[in-house]
Design a protein around this ligand. Sequence first.
Ligand code: ZN
Length: 260
Amino acid sequence: MSTRTNPLGRTTRKHYYEDYWLKRHAATVVQVKQGAVELDGTIAFPEGGGQEGDIGTLTTQDGAVLHFCDTKKHYGTPLFLSNFPTINVDTVVYHLIDEGDQPLLASLAPGDPVVVEIDVTRRARLTLSHTASHLVYMAIEQVRPDAIPNIRGCHIKEDSARFDFGVADRFQAEELEQIGAIASRLVERDLPIQVYPHPEEPEALYWECDGVVIPCGGTHLTETGAVGPLELRRRNMGKGIERILIAFPNPSLDLARYHE
Ligand SMILES: [Zn+2]
């Protein structure tokens, strides 16, 4: 574990980096805030790198169930590493509680044990979506290398993903077709995917597939095949922004892989 500190002097242990396939885990309440709960550790993946945060439940010892509708990181300290983009580490994770369950927060205090459970169907979909986005990114790198340094954002959702590029030249229909063909081939080959940390920092993670390495702290499949057929579209957003939309209408979700 890291010995660095953020302004709060404490961090949330990231069980999701120790095991991506945890669906339920015990934790202890550290702080109850307005509408949010901080725990000593969590399996819920917070919003980051374009991937939406997990949703799920916190169950108290008395059996009260608090639904959380998002998970967010705060108070990180920027870390500068060689060969790696700047990331925030040693963050504190907040579970944002559904409005209807917020009255239950009054009965929750620091030191209380809870059980965290995530919505695994949503997580599995986000994991697959994130992996699909990397395969399309790899294909864009081959067909439109000029777009890669001009990436303006990405959004990983349950049923789709998208990239925005600040490029002067629009993506042509034949380029989009080529990108789709290359990415689909990566899916069809059912290639293994490796995720491993930077030698100096456990929270700085690399994603590797077919010899391509991408710094990324998201959640990912271990093989490409489950993504299934890909559908790509493009849209000009104005102001020189080209959007690539990625859909995967027939994914195979491996829910059985998630465990306690
Ligand atoms: Zn990623």
